[in-house]
Write a protein that binds this ligand. Structure first.
Ligand code: GDP
Length: 451
């Protein structure tokens, strides 16, 4: 299958470069060609593939190859990570509900005919019902004759009320009346509007959707996209996203014969999360969207990815243990600082380290980003220090040669005096923290009778 194919070609590409140890711009050319092909075969649209490969090309040379891992495997892992990030990262985005007391949350389901929009309305109603939310379905798809009856049937099967006005009223006004009905009833948490679809995208459709959004003051506008449409999904999503400002998407028919590349396109061109996936015709065939699963589906190299993850984890674990020992002993120099920074690059291992340290504060994402920025500068500065300077940081502040040393370092790193001053302050602060932690750990250990 496509997976073995890609894996084999990658191996081939790398076999030609036996002996290389890193991911240099030259080294990654051949394997990235295969990755590119794999993405296209998975139905990711061409412009999206191009932008994606470019991103990977930029990041690859910065990757440190983990011990025991082939550079090609490291590249696959990088590609997988980037895919995952592009599709929204860790968790699936759920529905943004309105705050209690502000009336029912209104969700519009938009999409072309046949994509599975009406089915998705039923599925979502069932899923919300399982979360103990009461729903009202509103049938406004007046252009597909069977849609209204279909929704009424789904509603009665699911025991969820359906509001409709037949096929002769205008969709925005039916939708508004539906929301008013929900408010009047007072027992409805969520109104799901099956909007009017069309065979093709046109202005009338978009205008109607905009009018429906306004008449209902919708909280969510979810675009339903058929994964089977493959490359087309990108263009289609873009048109909808540009015209009606969607808040997310539902990718349907993923149970079919598709490698799911549409997921990447949808996210990339709209910037909006895929919130759910449809994986069958039955009402319970709605899943939250899992970027990791979709990544292995698109790339088909889950084994390689998890292998590299394990190897990286093992190395990081060892580093964290070592760092902990350093902290206990309260020796801390620029080399440790550098190591610490590399570990910071991976939030997982950083928070793991933090967990081991009693009394350590949690860092927010913003803190992390800020830290990452200054760490980059710090790293290049430390890189241009001599081994002695790294080992004995005080040489840079309290010695007769301090000033000339600092000048040399700044020049070598292409940074400013201020950058170095900032680093020294940051380092000093960290060293004090480390000493405090060490003291804290000592007393913890003493309390536990370990000392
Ligand atoms: P609408 O015109 O967008 O409202 O489309 P429908 O909801 O009527 O769905 C069109 C067809 O696709 C129906 O036969 C559905 O059963 C089918 N369908 C919808 N979602 C899925 C899905 O996730 N998987 C599969 N296999 N079929 C689906």
């Amino acid at each position: 299958d496509a997976f073995n194919n890609l894996s084999a070609t990658l191996d081939e590409a790398w076999a030609k470069m036996k002996g290389v140890a890193d991911l240099s711009p030259e080294n990654i050319k051949a394997p990235l060609k295969d990755v590119r092909r794999a993405l296209l075969e998975a139905d990711v649209s061409l412009p999206v593939v191009r932008r994606f490969i470019k991103k990977v090309e930029e990041r690859a040379p910065g990757v440190k190859v983990t011990k025991g891992v082939e550079p090609s495997q490291e590249l696959v892992k990088l590609v997988a990570d980037e895919l995952c990030t592009l599709m929204g990262g860790v968790g699936a985005d759920g529905i943004n509900f309105r705050e209690e007391g502000n009336g029912p949350t209104v969700i519009l389901m938009a999409g072309l005919q046949g994509v599975g929009k009406t089915t998705a309305c039923g599925k979502l109603a069932l899923s919300l019902k399982k979360q103990n939310k009461t729903c009202l379905l509103v049938a406004t798809d007046v252009y597909r004759p069977a849609a209204i009856d279909q929704l009424k049937k789904l509603g009665s099967d699911l025991n969820v009320p359906v509001y409709d006005e037949g096929a002769n009223a205008s969709p925005p006004s039916i939708a508004a009346n539906g929301v008013a009905e929900a408010k009047k009833r007072g027992d409805i948490d969520v109104v799901i509007v099956d909007t009017a679809g069309r065979l093709n995208i046109d202005e009338a459709l978009m205008n109607e959707l905009i009018a429906t959004k306004m008449s209902t003051q919708a909280d969510e506008t979810l675009l339903v996209v058929d994964a089977m449409t493959g490359q087309e999904a990108a263009t289609l999503t873009k048109s909808f996203a540009d015209a009606i400002d969607i808040t997310g998407a539902i990718l349907t028919k993923l149970d079919g014969d598709t490698r799911g590349g549409a997921a990447l396109s949808v996210r990339e061109v709209s910037g909006k999360p895929i919130k759910f996936t449809g994986v069958g015709e039955k009402m319970d065939a709605l899943d939250p969207f899992y970027p990791e699963r979709m990544t292995s589906r698109i790339l088909g190299m889950g084994d390689v990815v998890s292998f590299v993850e394990k190897a990286q984890e093992a190395v990081k674990q060892a580093d964290a243990e070592q760092m902990k020992e350093k902290i206990m002993k309260a020796t801390f120099d620029f080399d440790d600082f550098l190591k610490n920074m590399d570990m910071m690059g991976d939030m997982g291992s950083m928070s793991q380290l933090m967990k081991m340290i009693p009394g350590a504060n949690k860092l927010s994402d913003k803190d992390m980003q800020e830290a990452e920025k200054s760490f980059k500068i710090a790293k290049s500065l430390i890189m241009s220090m001599t081994p002695e300077e790294r080992k004995y940081p005080d040489m840079l502040v309290a010695s007769s040669t301090a000033e000339s040393r600092r000048n040399r370092i700044v020049k070598g790193a292409g940074k400013t005096e201020e950058d170095l001053a900032e680093l020294i302050v940051m380092f000093g602060g960290m060293r004090v923290k480390m000493q405090q932690m060490s003291a804290a750990m000592g007393s913890e250990a003493a309390k536990l009778g370990l000392q």
